[in-house]
Write a protein that binds this ligand. Sequence first.
Ligand code: SAM
Length: 227
Amino acid sequence: MTFHIVTIFPEFFAGPFAHGVVAKAAEADLIRIAVHNLRDWTHDRHKTVDDRPFGGGEGMLLKPAPLFDAVESIWPARTPRQRVILLSAQGPLFRQTDAVRLGQYDELLFICGRYEGVDERVAEHLADEELSIGDYVLSGGELAAAVVIDAVARLMPGVLGNADSTLRESFTAEAEMLDCPQYTRPADFRGWKVPEVLLGGNHAEIERWRQATARAKTLRNRPDLLR
Ligand code: SAM
């Protein structure tokens, strides 16, 4: 899987992808991350990427031309195995099922908005879809792109040491609820004891306990998932 990112802050991505499984996956060539500077597709002395909104209003918008030129030069002929995603607070919410779905493509290209947003023709005629990572407004699409790429990349074959570890995670299709509570050593920490059942080695009982506590935690923290 190749992830392309179009941004006015390419240096932003040195941090998020320098650690953990995503960094290791890139080192092992299981994934490729290509960061593109939007200003490379401007033609004026100031490398202008933004302009004022028609009709007035606060702030500036990313202009359509550099974004169209960027995507059309990265992918001169787009195939159905490639997908352009515009990060936007106005998009549908990104969920775990989207991470699985996006993992089916060969290449994903993320457009990171800035300022007051992006000329709407990018959403209408360049992006295949818009995605929001939550009901709040970020100052740019870079953090959102890093979140989506992390969630998709860790599902790629070979990226996690044990592929089964994703099967019972929160939001997986099999569970449709949060993961169960988990504990590690010591069994007694400041008087707070690990539930007895987890120490007993009875796998059927442990499984029953995990399902019950996962359901209880989902009811408590995310009842919407059970509806
Ligand atoms: N005026 C826009 C609105 O109210 O919907 C917000 C623009 S925001 C300040 C600038 C950029 O940050 C957006 O174009 C988008 O790329 C990114 N962004 C902000 N919130 C986001 C979110 N929840 N999910 C994904 N991207 C987001």
